[in-house]
Design a protein around this ligand. Structure first.
Ligand code: NDP
Ligand code: OXD
Length: 314
């Protein structure tokens, strides 16, 4: 309470599951859920729950105890140069989102492993193109980014027999698969992989990481799945790698500009599969528990779960 007034939770998202605001109000009846700051004294706002907010929205909120980003990636959020200083920022670690992402990565890895894009092209051309099926052990899947999502995808892929390798910024030991770390081990990792899965956050270090040099380092004829962020990939370098057969196929769920503009060459490229950033998504059924727990923690002076390191950018 601020004097006799209840503490306010500000919600802003135009893209999330529409059930969120009511679900938050039901779960936290002592707070007042507001969708705008109209008529709200800024000092009453204790927590903000946001996804793709307009820059500067949170600047006037002097008593904010928590910013809960309503997604796993925080690149869009941290691009706001007018965030209030020193307020803990939490991202979502949502079992539902993790499960949907594992399904997507498994589905497209299997499709690439079983050469579905090549079979679809053969059907379009009326060609009977027998491609001998191979066991998953013969396909090495490399996961770039061994966080919540990367590790879950690695477990799902290993579970059906793929050989999995992982690459991350810091050394990750104790995994059930071989891991590589940092720039110095990148090429040793890349040259072994038949399918590469991008599950990196977008940061100053990872922007454009998939560039012409990256495609020089990969195993010729490898395939790519990008479920991280569009700006991890240099679009022109990707198209060149496909056209020169250095890359066999790309499955792209995320793009520099979303929705992908109608004139973008990715739409019609025969070796690109486009999905509309729907590999996964969060929802109140599986993520509400973290949001309520974090708001309660923040207003009672405890450390919220899944904090972001703004200096690292994820
Ligand atoms: P985490 O923060 O849990 O993991 C990030 C991983 O990336 C860590 O292993 C980290 O290394 C690694 N990493 C960060 N920077 C570098 C670098 N410079 N070089 C090598 N590795 C690096 O994130 P999540 O697994 O939860 O999510 C990953 C990303 O997936 C999100 O940031 C978001 O962009 C994207 N995403 C996309 C969705 C979609 O619908 N397409 C849905 C949800 C998320 P270290 O272990 O050393 O810290
Ligand atoms: C996320 C996303 O980062 O949906 O959560 O992209």
């Amino acid at each position: 309470m601020t004097g006799s007034r209840p503490l306010v939770i500000l919600f802003h998202s135009d893209a999330s599951d529409p059930r969120w605001p009511d679900a938050i109000q039901r779960a936290l009846p002592d707070f007042e859920m507001r969708r705008t700051l109209d008529g709200v004294p800024p000092e009453d706002v204790a927590a903000a729950v946001v996804w793709k907010h307009p820059p500067g929205l949170l600047e006037p909120l002097t008593n904010l105890k928590l910013i809960q980003v309503l997604g796993a990636g925080v690149d869009h959020f941290l691009a706001d140069t007018r965030l209030p200083k020193g307020v803990p920022i939490a991202r979502l670690v949502d079992p539902g989102l993790t499960a949907r992402m594992s399904e997507y990565v498994l589905m497209h890895t299997l499709a690439l492993h079983r050469r579905l894009p090549e079979s679809a092209r053969a059907q379009r051309d009326g060609r009977w193109d027998f491609i001998h099926p191979q066991p998953p052990e013969r396909t090495c899947v490399g996961i770039l980014g061994l966080g919540e999502l990367g590790q879950a995808c690695a477990a799902a892929l290993s579970g059906i027999g793929f050989r999995v390798l992982g690459w991350s910024r810091s050394r990750r030991s104790g995994m059930a698969f071989e891991t590589y770390a940092g720039e110095v081990e990148r090429s040793a990792f890349l040259r072994q992989c038949d399918i590469l899965v991008l599950l990196l956050p977008l940061t100053a270090q990872t922007r454009d990481i998939v560039d012409a040099r990256f495609f020089d380092e990969i195993r010729p004829g490898a395939a790519l799945i990008n479920v991280g962020r569009g700006a991890l990939v240099d679009d022109a370098a990707l198209v060149a790698a496909l056209d020169e057969d250095r890359l066999r196929h790309a499955v792209l769920d995320v793009f520099r500009q979303e929705p992908l503009p109608p004139e973008h060459p990715f739409w019609t490229h025969p070796a690109i599969t486009v999905t509309p950033h729907n590999s996964s998504a969060t929802n109140p059924d599986t993520a509400m528990a973290q949001v309520t727990e974090n708001i309660r923690r923040a207003v009672s002076g405890q450390t919220p779960l899944h904090l972001v390191d703004p200096a690292a950018g994820y």
